[in-house]
Design a protein around this ligand. Structure first.
Ligand code: C5P
Length: 226
């Protein structure tokens, strides 16, 4: 069985402050987006189509020739990540779909394969990393009101793997109820499913702020992908 991958890449990357979408920043000789897409290009045994979701205003995407690959499809994103992912899900065709942020170029193929082994069922699965620090909850004045137990607490990463049709239903219900969601698993949870948390490498960072470019470079070198 092969699956499609949806890569939302329609954000503006405000916190990176680059003056253009952050996925076009270069890490060595390739942009963030080229590196992210190439991870899935190199997994042809499990990946069928790669759907890249870009902003309607994106005038740089065509420079990179992604569409020369017959497995790449392109679709237009929306105002929020959830809208972009939904558009991508409608362009996909496979029974199961992986959703992976364009801004996570350091994801490891071994983690993706373990995710696929765990998630091909109705509940699906997501990559997570352990929480290492002591966790605090504050009030609106930044005064600590409690310490949250770290036990059973994880960072939600991507890829996230779900049955495509179940995820579309869950997302559409969330959108029509006005619920704000920042990942696929939250939509599935609100629809009553219990996705499996698959522990992956914490090096699978989301490149968000300028400092993350240094971290991403370090992790790519560490994994011989520079
Ligand atoms: O902004 P943030 O880094 O959390 O976005 C995560 C991913 O979602 C990024 O790859 C970004 O390009 C994408 N995104 C999108 N459409 C939006 C907002 C974000 O495809 N409207």
């Amino acid at each position: 069985m092969k699956l499609d991958v949806v890569i939302p890449a329609a954000g503006v990357g405000k916190r990176m402050n680059a003056g253009f979408p952050k996925q076009y920043l270069k890490l060595g000789n390739q942009t963030i987006l080229e590196r992210t897409v190439s991870v899935f290009m190199d997994m042809k045994d499990v990946v069928d189509n790669i759907i890249i979701v870009v902003s309607r205003d994106d005038d740089r995407f065509r420079e990179f020739g992604f569409e020369k690959n017959s497995c790449v499809k392109v679709c237009i994103g929306g105002a929020e990540r959830i809208n972009s992912v939904l558009n991508g899900l409608h362009c996909a065709e496979s029974e199961y779909v992986l959703v992976h942020d364009a801004a996570r170029p350091c994801v490891l193929p071994d983690d993706i394969r373990r995710l696929i082994s765990a998630g091909c069922n109705d509940n699906g699965a997501i990559l997570v990393s352990r929480v290492a620090d002591t966790m605090k909850r504050t009030d609106e004045n930044n005064s600590i009101i409690s310490t949250v137990s770290r036990e059973h607490l994880f960072h939600a990463l991507t890829p996230q793997l779900f049955k495509r049709k179940l995820l579309i239903d869950a997302y559409e219900n969330a959108v029509s109820s006005g619920i704000v969601l920042t990942d696929e698993a939250s939509a599935m949870e609100s629809a009553g499913f219990s996705p499996k948390a698959v522990i992956g490498e914490a090096s699978n960072i989301k490149v968000t702020e300028p400092f993350d470019m240094k971290l991403a470079e370090f992790f790519l070198k560490l994994n011989n992908r520079w």
